[in-house]
Ligand binder design. Structure first.
Ligand SMILES: *[C@@H]1O[C@H](CO)[C@@H](O)[C@H](O)[C@H]1NC(C)=O
Ligand SMILES: *[C@@H]1O[C@H](CO)[C@@H](O)[C@H](O)[C@H]1NC(C)=O
Ligand SMILES: *[C@@H]1O[C@H](CO)[C@@H](O)[C@H](O)[C@H]1NC(C)=O
Length: 810
């Protein structure tokens, strides 16, 4: 263990030793040699120095090699074992100004291979003389130069080093200068020191020999000639022709344009009188724009002259003579404006969109106009092109306000392109324009307008609920919701019922529909107001009247008022035996709730006991004897009468009329038998008939009197009262309610006849229902109270049947 530990340091030490001895150097050789030594000069004996037999050198192929295969300056003499100079060595060539100059070689021996380093220290020899680069040094020294002034002279150069380098300088003896040798950083140079003022007038040129010597042995030297020219003093400065140059230059002058030429003169001769020009002071921006010719003094444009960038420039120029004497002058350049800038229009504010309802003079926009030029070139005139309701009002400075000059209407013009042109006052003028796009916004200023002033709708009665009967349309030119039209019915009442229970209107389409089935007999027409309202806020509306006319349908059969229907009471008409042909016997009274053709009634005898004895007026319903009554005619006559309207299809009703041909009431058969029995006691019948006739006649007479009296007092009442011939109860129940206003209107005349039993007298009561403003309810009621009337005609209110009979009131 201890053994190995010891071995390791020992072996490494040995390796280090071997590596030191062997490849690096087998013993270095070092020699010193002076440069410039001739060839064959023996430097030393390497055989002896290496301890090798000189004869073996050749055998071992000894040779000297350079490390970098450069020039080999040494060789081996194999006979003597000497290292000899093979080529002359110039230290300055090899090493220049380096202090140590060592050449390294390798001595190679073969068999065994050995390598020896040979270093050859080359020593300097004073083989170079000092030398001046220029053999003639020209100096110009003013005659006025002060004593003690120093002028540095060119250094001489010596390639040798150390002692062999430059050692000192000297000059030949003279009256004016001494030499002062300076030593800085191991370099020596000389300065000429003026010891005595020069006088050009005495001596214009001085030549001196400057000698540089080195420190070698033998000493070497070099010389140069100092040629001193004594200069004349420059007594005159250049003088400018003007102290200040003022020029005017138009802007945009092209590059190269001459601005001005400055000139200065110098009284001195030669260089002292040669003047050059330059700017003495100039601002940076002006320096970009102008140049000055050094020789001629001509100032030219060198950049873009823009009046808007700079209105004038000022700089100094300097004239300098050859030796530097200078004087200055000032140049002022005024730039004149050229109309090269078009006016600029800047929109400062804009009210867009503009509501259409703004008042005249409303400010729409503010514009600002600018022109960079000056004077007239920036006088701007603004105008609006085209025909628009706008104008420009000049405001403060270069501001204009655009105002409206008229009312705007979006429905006529919803946008405007307002082109504003600005023109300056230059010559030629420049202009520019800008277009303002203005939109007009909507205001709800148009109510919906119906296409027609009024609408009329016709609807057949008994229509189905939901039938469309008409449609209304209204237009609103406003925008969007302001122009969206909604339809509705104006709330109102028809006969006490809300209009909405009659009609409805589609709010979007304006289509009007019937909500219920109409009955012409209840009312024939009515009016509603339809409102069209837009969706604006606040909304605008308009209304239109829609007249609804209900057309009649033949849906009512004729109703026979007289004679009263059979079974309820018995009525028999007395016919005098003496009745002659054409005399009125009785009259059938019927009404039809329909109107027009549907209510135009015609009467016919459909069945009679003795056909040919009686006729009936086709439209009057009057029953007349067709021929004279004879004794042979049956006393009881029975007629069946049909009453028919003119509708399509026609509706009809029938009734029976009982006639008793007798002059004597006693002849009247018993009531009960009247109808059924022909052969009753004639006496009784006649008695009754007589009674009835008298009373009938009497009562009729009284009615007539009363009626006439009423007529005198109050005509309408009388007229109506005359119509009492058909008391209210006889009218169809509907009649009383016709028309919401409670007025009974009819376009037909009802001629009503009241017939009495008397064959001699015809009482005709004509009632004109034309006079339409009757109040049936009120008046008829009054009539109902008339007991006379009631006595005359027995009323059966509920009698809806088409049969009627004639008889006496009990
Ligand atoms: C305004 O100008 C625009 C675009 O230039 C154009 O589309 C529009 O039709 C013009 N309007 C009028 C009213 O001339
Ligand atoms: C409708 O008109 C009103 C003023 O009446 C306005 O404020 C609104 O903007 C208009 N609506 C539209 C869609 O233009
Ligand atoms: C209907 O229009 C008229 C004028 O056209 C107006 O006087 C009336 O007030 C309007 N009626 C309703 C209910 O709007």
């Amino acid at each position: 263990m201890g053994c190995t530990m010891l071995w390791v340091p020992l072996s490494s030490l040995l390796v280090a030793l071997l590596s030191f001895l062997f490849p690096a150097a087998h013993g270095d050789l070092s020699y010193t040699l002076t440069e410039e030594t001739k060839t064959q000069y023996v430097i030393g004996n390497i055989a002896k120095d290496l301890g090798i037999d000189s004869t073996k050198l050749k055998l071992r192929k000894a040779r000297v090699e350079t490390e970098d295969s450069s020039k080999r300056y040494v060789d081996i003499n194999f006979n003597t074992g000497d290292l000899i100079v093979a080529d002359t060595i110039d230290r300055e060539t090899l090493c220049g100004s380096r202090l140590n100059c060592i050449l390294n070689f390798e001595l190679v021996l073969e068999n065994p291979l050995e390598l020896h380093r040979i270093s050859l220290n080359i020593q300097d020899m004073n083989d170079n003389a000092p030398k001046f680069l220029n053999e003639r040094i020209n100096l110009e020294i003013h005659e006025s130069t002060d004593k003690g002034q120093r002028f540095r002279l060119d250094e001489a150069h010596d390639y040798d080093i150390g002692q062999n380098g430059i050692n000192s300088y000297s000059i030949g003896t003279n009256n004016h200068f001494t030499l002062s040798v300076q030593d800085k950083h191991a370099r020596k140079y000389a300065e000429l020191v003026l010891e005595k003022e020069l006088d050009r007038e005495k001596q214009k040129d001085i030549d001196l020999i400057l000698t540089a010597v080195d420190g070698g042995i033998p000493q070497r030297s070099g010389t140069a000639v100092i040629h001193i020219t004594v200069l004349d003093a420059n007594d005159n400065v250049p003088v400018f022709s003007q102290p200040v140059y003022k020029v005017v230059l138009a802007e945009n002058a092209p590059i190269g344009t001459e601005v001005v030429t400055v000139s200065a003169e110098d009284a001195d001769e030669g260089a002292n009188g040669e003047v050059t020009y330059e700017f003495s002071r100039i601002a940076h921006n002006a320096a970009q724009l102008f140049t000055i010719d050094k020789l001629t003094g001509q100032i030219k444009v060198a950049g873009e002259i823009d009046y808007e960038q700079g209105k004038y420039y000022e700089f100094g120029v300097q004239a300098k003579d050859g030796s530097g004497l200078a004087s200055t002058a000032s140049v002022f350049i005024d730039i004149t404006d050229v109309n090269d800038n078009a006016p600029k229009i800047i929109l400062k504010s804009l009210n867009n969109p503009l509501p259409e309802n703004v008042i005249v003079g409303t400010e729409v926009a503010i514009i600002n106009v600018q022109d960079k030029d000056s004077g007239d070139n920036r006088q701007i005139h603004c105008s609006i092109q085209g025909n628009t309701p706008f104008k420009l009002n000049p405001s403060i400075k270069n501001y204009f306000s655009l105002v409206t000059t008229g009312m705007l209407d979006r429905e006529l013009e919803e946008e405007y392109n307002i082109t504003i042109t600005a023109t300056d006052g230059g010559s030629p003028p420049l202009s520019s324009s800008t277009t303002i796009h203005l939109t007009i916004s909507d205001v709800n200023d148009n109510p919906p307008v119906f296409e027609q002033q009024s609408y009329t709708a016709y609807v057949m009665e008994n229509n189905k609920p939901g039938t469309s009967i008409s449609s209304v349309t209204a237009r609103d030119p406003d925008w969007r919701q302001n122009g969206t039209v909604l339809y509705s019915l104006e709330p109102s009442e028809i006969n006490g019922l809300p209009v909405s229970s009659f009609l409805s209107v589609n709010s979007d389409t304006g289509v009007i529909q019937a909500v219920r089935s109409f009955d012409y007999e209840k009312f024939r027409n009515f009016k509603v107001q339809v409102v069209a309202r837009d969706n604006g806020s606040p909304p605008l509306s308009s209304n239109v009247t829609v007249g609804v006319f209900i057309s009649d349908e033949n849906d009512n059969s004729p109703q026979i008022l007289y004679p009263a229907p059979e079974g309820k009471s018995l009525m028999t008409e007395m016919v005098p035996k003496a009745a002659v042909s054409g005399s009125l016997v009785s009259k059938v009274i019927a009404v039809d709730a329909d109107s027009g053709q549907n209510a135009w009634l015609s009467y016919q005898i459909v069945k009679s006991t003795d056909p040919g004895l009686f006729t009936i007026g086709l439209h009057s319903g009057e029953i007349r004897a067709q021929r004279d009554i004879t004794e042979s005619d049956s006393m009881k006559q029975n007629l069946v009468i049909s009453v028919k309207d003119n509708g399509q299809p026609p509706l009809s009703a029938t009734c029976s009329v009982y006639l008793l041909i007798s002059d004597n009431l006693a002849e009247i058969p018993e009531l009960k038998d009247m109808t059924y029995e022909e052969n009753n006691s004639k006496l009784t019948s006649y008695l009754i008939i007589a009674l009835v006739s008298i009373s009938t006649f009497f009562l009729t007479f009284i009615i007539l009197i009363l009626a006439l009296r009423f007529c005198h007092r109050r005509k309408p009442r009388l007229l109506f009262d005359g119509a009492v011939a058909i008391p209210s109860a006889y009218l169809p129940p509907n009649y009383a309610e016709v028309e919401g206003a409670g007025t009974l209107r009819s376009s037909y005349n009802y001629d009503t006849y009241l017939t009495t039993g008397s064959h001699t007298s015809d009482f005709k009561f004509i009632t004109s229902y034309n006079d339409s403003t009757l109040s049936p309810a009120g008046t008829l009621k009054k009539v109902q109270n008339e007991t006379l009337a009631r006595n005359l005609i027995t009323i059966n209110n509920s009698g809806e049947g088409d049969e009627c009979s004639m008889g006496f009131v009990g």
